[in-house]
Design a protein around this ligand. Structure first.
Ligand code: ZN
Ligand code: FE
Length: 256
């Protein structure tokens, strides 16, 4: 089994250490910065062997070159964006398997937030590292993609087993949830989840990771088939990517 450690970085990023104990491998997912990652490695007595990047944004690759210089680790990232990932040595793309000692991850291309965004799914450990594509109660902004493309990406993640843990890259859950309640106020599971989110945030506890099953029940960006959401965006019976796109557009202009 993999050991996964969450490291808060910058103002609201989550960086993850993924440790494979049998061969002693350790990866860091989307190192926003260097110092907190080195401190966490030291605290666990782990040696960094890999960096796994989901996309090129600075708050995901900011520690790449310093960590590589400090440890000689191998940097893995999206083939479609290889020129924008500092220090990249191994490219992966949709359908590839990334081998990590006795563990392995299936790679999904999930463009939309950026054109080269990928996600890593460690199936045996029920862990998904999805960067800024899927968030707890939200999804990433579409900086470099269209609604149909982003919906196609989210659909791939929607099909994973419900017990999959969603290790996303930001603590945005509370503000995402305020928006979610505005488009689907009649969703009792969402109302209950937000109570728990508010409680945790009041105690400064993380709300990430979540379970995919919770997201399927409460995340408006995975629920364009909800009658209430379709009514909210005025697209009853429309294709799901259109309902998704309208929901995303509402969120872009939402002020909680
Ligand atoms: Zn990003
Ligand atoms: Fe980000």
């Amino acid at each position: 089994m993999l050991q996964i450690e969450q490291i808060p970085c910058l103002s609201d990023n989550y960086v993850y250490l993924v440790h494979e104990p049998e061969q002693g491998l350790t990866a860091v997912v989307d190192p926003a910065e260097t110092a907190p990652v080195l401190a966490a490695l030291k605290a666990h007595g782990w040696t960094l062997t890999h960096i796994l990047n989901t996309h090129h944004h600075f708050d995901h690759v900011g520690g790449n070159l310093e960590l590589q210089a400090a440890t000689g680790c191998q940097i893995v990232g999206p083939a479609a964006d290889r020129e924008r990932i500092p220090g990249i040595a191994q490219t992966v793309a949709d359908g590839d398997t990334f081998s990590f000692g006795t563990a392995s991850a299936k790679v999904f291309d999930v463009p939309g937030h950026t054109r080269g965004h990928i996600a890593y799914w460690f199936a045996a450990d029920a862990a998904l590292f999805c960067g800024d594509t899927l968030f707890a109660l939200g999804c990433g902004r579409m900086f470099e993609g269209t609604a149909p493309q982003m919906w196609h990406s989210l659909s791939k993640l929607r099909d994973l087993p419900g017990d999959t843990r969603i290790y996303c890259a930001h603590e945005y859950t509370q503000s995402n949830g305020r928006f979610a309640l505005s488009v689907e106020p009649g969703n009792a599971a969402l109302v209950a989840r937000m109570r728990e989110v508010d409680r945790r945030r009041a105690q400064n506890q993380p709300t990430v990771p979540s379970l995919l099953a919770e997201e399927l029940a409460t995340n408006p960006f995975l629920r364009p088939d909800s009658a209430e959401i379709q009514q909210t965006v005025g697209l009853v019976g429309a294709p799901l990517h259109e309902v998704f796109g309208a929901t995303r557009a509402l969120k872009d202009n939402f002020r909680a």
